[in-house]
Design a protein around this ligand. Structure first.
Ligand code: ADP
Length: 550
């Protein structure tokens, strides 16, 4: 049978090269700003594919990357899957043991590594048997002091700029990413060509993350984290201009790229935008080209949505998971909410949103029954669909736990309102259970972060003899904030919206909230520190104690 009917990544590359040869790709690389066209990109991608052939990579082999967001990394995004191999992005922020485990589990033979990340990779590789026989190609440097590596430009140099891309089976994995493993060992998720194809097509629809050929797309979310939420693929499929912010961009880099390149759509976790918002306080930043900021990975606070609204920029709050390629839901306003008042709209937009077309979900309560969509009842969210994985890589133990009858159990506890908007009330393991009743740590965190003096806040459940668990809040104040009055003000704010027994038993000030390798608040460290309620200072006002008459 003649080929060309499969759902693979090849048509996206073909379309960009053929229909948009002059469209630009701009990148803040280690060796300076790089600016080239889709046409040149396609040439270099073909060179890389030929180099991979010569090295000995075959269909089905995994090839790893250990890189920030830049144009060379983007070259691997199409070259590797389009020859039928598998792009395995590794998160360089993981601890060494996790990196060793991942390289061994994925059976990586060749790793592309950034110049600036070579010392980190060298530290994981040194003396580790998991790295025996693994070769390295370094990006952005003539050579690496830290690793015995071939420079990337030398690796591809002299190879033909044409490649006869093969017919790849749509079930052939094109990519692979490990969850960060906040609990236990990281789990590998393989993305088949078909999963990435359908994820790309669905996210391009109006209720996904729409993009067009007049857009300028800048993924700040790392390309080592679920393919930068698929944006390098979607932007290519759309024929849009790409902007890559390079190694560890700070708020100034992000602001400059937005202004200089006319970015229209960008994406990242809330921490990135908090940084930009803070930077804008003291610097004159022109955000006028920006249409949309995709915020996901953790909840987008209402205050952030409002801040961008005030500057004419729409925040699209998105929810997803490594296991879902990753986009699941996006908080678009449904048509019948267009005329609702601003606060109602804001309330909806701060939720995790409505499922993008192509996915199905159900929410199961503690009794094993589906919840009512009343915005009150909650349970665990289950999902299924073409771009949701059906299993973890070589992890039957985890499969048993996280999948049921073809559904992925997300571990997220949610409500669904009558309009169908999902709201994450907690991670199943983070919900605080006080006196048999549930307290949402996420809601308390968001409520506390609404205080002007708070830069970050996180809430955990601390084991308590009588109540099983009680909430304790950890707050990072903004510079110069009056801490003493802040504690009272926070309690006053919380009292307005929440029952007394929800109020944290203590509000502690800390310098920084510990973060996971994907930039999310890590409650593990704080939990270890506060393993016993006797360690809690207990500055909760008398009338707010759970024992008081509520
Ligand atoms: P990891 O598990 O490696 O930290 P993932 O991106 O796979 O990274 O994490 C997925 C989880 O992140 C979701 O199950 C959910 O708990 C959380 N999450 C993702 N997006 C949002 C969001 N918009 N609001 C709240 N939580 C989110």
């Amino acid at each position: 049978m003649p080929g060309g009917h499969s759902q693979t990544l090849r048509p996206f590359l073909w379309r960009a090269e053929t229909l948009y040869p002059d469209q630009e790709i701009v990148s803040r690389n280690h060796d300076g700003m790089q600016r080239y066209t889709y046409s040149e990109y396609a040439d270099r991608t073909a060179q890389l594919a030929n180099a991979l052939d010569e090295y000995g990579i075959e269909e089905g082999d995994r090839v790893a990357t250990f890189c920030w967001n830049h144009s060379r990394h983007f070259e691997t995004y199409f070259a590797i899957p389009t020859i039928g191999a598998q792009l395995h992005t590794i998160n360089p922020l993981l601890p060494d043991e996790h990196i060793q485990y991942i390289v061994d589990n994925a059976d990586d033979q060749l790793v592309f590594v950034d110049q600036s990340l070579a010392p980190k990779l060298a530290s994981a590789a040194e003396g580790a048997e998991e790295f025996e026989g693994v070769d390295f190609v370094v990006m952005g440097a003539e050579e690496s002091d830290a690793l015995d590596a071939t420079p990337y430009e030398e690796f591809i140099d002299g190879h033909p700029t044409e490649y006869d891309w093969p017919e790849v089976d749509e079930e052939q994995p094109a990519g692979m990413c490990y969850t960060s493993g906040t609990t236990g060992r990281p789990k590998g998720v393989e993305y088949t060509n078909k999963m990435l194809w359908s994820h790309t097509m669905a996210t391009l629809t109006p209720q996904g993350i729409p993009m067009a050929d007049d857009d300028v797309i800048m993924p700040v979310v790392p390309m080592f984290h679920v393919n930068a939420w698929g944006m390098p693929f979607t932007a290519t499929a759309a024929g849009a201009k790409h902007v890559y912010p390079g190694p560890q961009p700070d708020p100034e880099d992000i602001a400059n790229l937005i202004q200089n390149e006319g970015v229209t759509v960008t994406a990242g976790v809330p921490t990135v935008w908090l940084g930009l918002m803070d930077y804008c306080k003291n610097n004159d930043v022109d955000l006028s080209t920006l249409d949309t900021v995709i915020v996901g990975g953790s909840a987008a606070p209402q205050s952030m949505i409002r801040w961008f609204d005030d500057r004419g920029v729409e925040v699209l709050h998105a929810w997803g998971m490594t296991e879902m390629s990753p986009i699941g839901s996006v908080s678009h306003l449904k048509a019948d909410l267009e005329d609702a008042d601003y606060d109602t709209q804001l309330d909806k937009r701060a939720k995790q949103g409505i499922m993008v077309p192509g996915l199905e979900f159900k929410v199961i309560n503690e009794e094993g029954e589906q919840i009512t969509h009343d915005g009150e009842e909650f349970g665990e969210l289950y999902v299924r669909g073409p771009w949701v994985t059906k299993e973890y890589f070589k992890r039957p133990d985890a499969n048993e736990e996280d999948f049921e009858d073809g559904w992925l159990k997300t571990g997220d506890v949610v409500t669904v309102d009558p309009d169908g908007y999902l709201k994450i009330v907690d991670r199943a393991k983070d919900v605080i259970k006080s006196g048999g009743e549930w307290i949402s740590s996420v809601e308390l965190e968001n409520a506390i972060m609404a205080h002007d003096g708070v830069s970050e806040a996180t809430v955990i459940g601390v084991p308590h003899e009588k109540w099983q668990e009680r909430p304790v809040a950890f707050v990072v104040p903004v510079e110069g904030a009056d801490r003493e009055s802040m504690v009272d003000e926070i309690y006053d704010m919380l009292r307005e919206d929440y029952p007394k027994w929800w109020l944290p038993d203590d509000i502690e000030f800390i310098e920084e909230v510990p973060k996971t390798a994907t930039g999310k608040f890590s409650k593990k460290d704080l939990r270890e520190q506060y393993s016993d309620h006797s360690l809690v200072e207990g500055n909760v006002p008398e009338d707010a104690a759970p024992d008081s008459d509520d």
